[in-house]
Design a protein around this ligand. Structure first.
Ligand code: GLU
Length: 303
């Protein structure tokens, strides 16, 4: 364990994608981030991750805002919408391209799935690198003909450029836990392979937009679910490549339903909007979540 030395103004955030209704797990995550900032006299920010044009919906943005207000969670400053930050994503992509670290990838999902030898990383199959060694002339011709393409990072090249990296992991909340205790984790971006930084159907991938926005918003402490622990390796690499500060990370356990499966936006039964409609008192729910008491049938994932 090391200790954060310089006193700093803590900034945490909640960064939902408006692709469905918020559920109890989101409420718990938000309260953790909100309360941590408030306890430290810091700021809590809200960012809407709405660059997925096919899945993001205005009604879900309105729903998120209603849910947070109902829950009694107030955020500081303006809401940041990723759809309004596309120029900064473009600039970062141009910078990485100029470093020779990106290449266009024309593969379809089916092409990648057909590559049976693809190894698996922490987040599923790793891209086999099909388009990595394509000649420049072929690339230029395919782009010129308007063929749809994503931009991938050459992970081996990128990792070699920055060398070994670590990220700061905060202790999970609990009795007698000093939230300023951090452990250093080695990042293993290579295990993810050549991830996509600009999608065929969206101007940036989650990894790029999230990393840039956390830095732009001055986020010092990222609290998010365990499902995004692997993503932190990639975010740490991007921070090093783009000279961005690296926040501390706390990955909290996920909540699971009675079937043992993690809560998902499709599980309408535990949507905050539905609990509200059923007459649940927000103050009771918030107090219960703060005390680690979850609605019947919902609990912490064991792993
Ligand atoms: N937008 C992501 C989600 O809704 C969360 C991003 C993050 O917290 O880093 O799953």
């Amino acid at each position: 364990m090391t200790h954060l030395t310089a006193p700093q103004h803590m900034v945490t955030r909640f960064a939902p994608s408006p692709t469905g209704k918020l559920h109890v797990g989101h409420a718990w995550s938000t309260l953790l981030a909100h309360d941590m900032a408030r306890a430290a006299g810091g700021a809590f920010r809200l960012r809407i991750e709405d660059i997925d044009g096919t899945r993001s919906r205005p009604e879900h943005i309105a729903g998120i805002i209603d849910d947070l207000r109902w829950l009694g969670v107030a955020w500081d400053g303006e809401i940041v919408f990723q759809s309004q930050r596309l120029a900064s994503y473009d600039a970062a992509l141009a910078r990485l391209r100029n470093m020779g670290l990106l290449y266009p990838c024309f593969c379809t999902r089916a092409d990648i799935q057909a590559s049976l030898t693809a190894p698996h990383g922490p987040e599923g199959p790793v891209y086999p690198g099909t388009c990595r060694d394509m000649g420049e002339a072929v690339r230029a011709r395919r782009i010129a003909t308007g063929e749809a393409h994503a931009w991938r990072i050459d992970m081996a090249k990128a990792a070699a450029r920055v060398g070994a990296l670590q990220w700061q992991a905060l202790s999970p909340p609990g009795p007698n836990v000093d939230m300023t205790d951090v452990a250093l984790h080695y990042a293993n971006p290579l295990s993810h392979g050549d991830v996509v930084l600009a999608r065929k159907d969206a101007p940036a991938s989650y990894h790029l937009s999230c990393t840039l926005d956390d830095a732009a918003m001055g986020v010092t402490h990222v609290l998010r679910g365990d499902d995004l622990r692997g993503a932190t390796d990639i975010h740490r690499l991007l921070q090093a490549l783009l000279d961005l500060p690296s926040p501390a990370y706390l990955h909290h356990k996920l909540l699971v339903g009675p079937d043992g499966r993690r809560l998902a936006k499709r599980d309408g039964s535990i949507a905050l909007a539905d609990l509200r409609a059923e007459g649940m008192a927000a103050a009771t729910l918030a107090a219960d979540l703060r005390a680690g008491r979850f609605p019947i049938g919902i609990g912490l994932a064991s792993a």
